[in-house]
Design a protein around this ligand. Sequence first.
Ligand code: AMP
Ligand code: ZN
Length: 269
Amino acid sequence: MNLQSQFKKTLRKIKLSKKDKIIVALSGGKDSSVTAYLLKKFGYNIEGFHIDLKIGKYSEECLESVNKLCKQLDIKFHIYDIKKEMGSGMCYLRSAIQSKQKKGMLKNCAVCGVLKKWILNKEARRLKAKAIATGHHLDDEVQTFMTNIFKGSPELSSNSGPISKNIKDKKLVPRIKPLFHIFEDDIREFSKKNKLPVNYDKCPCAIDSYRIQVREFINTLPRKDKANILKNSEQILKKIKMDDSKIQYCEMCGEPSRKQVCKKCMLME
Ligand code: AMP
Ligand code: ZN
């Protein structure tokens, strides 16, 4: 099945109306750009949302790509400036957080991921979005599943799927991944063929993550094997007990959380 047919098939499973407002989390990279391009092409009501992480030249180039893409697609575009909103750029915020952690220091991507997730949910809710679309693809999902297996915590993948399986809560905006069944190589090729304004550089901070080692291993596998891992993961995850702790609201920021204090506030305090 070609990329566009697979994209449409996944969207049918997600069951969103074309009228529903979808906020596309745009990093400036190929995956989220292709997600926005195809959602727009198929008539969905999308707006772009970019978190400007202020990681020097890399962030400037990402912002420029997202700006161009949103102009090309003629969609509304929101920018969250992390320096203005949180007081510093991601590099400083992250080092401050990591220096406070005595043992088991969180990796760069993990810290950044927690903050991005918190921002996206809060801002998408403020913008009255029905869903947040991200550019996660088949390779990402296989990496996450295998990382959790290697770490002995497969249950951490239990929320994985083209649409988030979280308990419904009025403060939680569902997250969707229309590229869930699509290979990264095909997305790269599609973005080049369609000359999308994309920053192909990698984030300079993504250096020490265990996930990167897993990615290198997964990249040695043939496509058939990767597709099989994803298929098996869906079967396996059906049998794994989901985290059924209730959603509560963080006592510090009021955002939805499984604990009294949410992950973001735990890191930032
Ligand atoms: P990553 O974890 O960097 O592979 O990003 C996964 C997805 O998160 C991307 O496909 C985007 O949809 C979203 N994302 C990552 N970085 C940003 C950002 N700076 N602003 C908005 N969305 C982002
Ligand atoms: Zn909080």
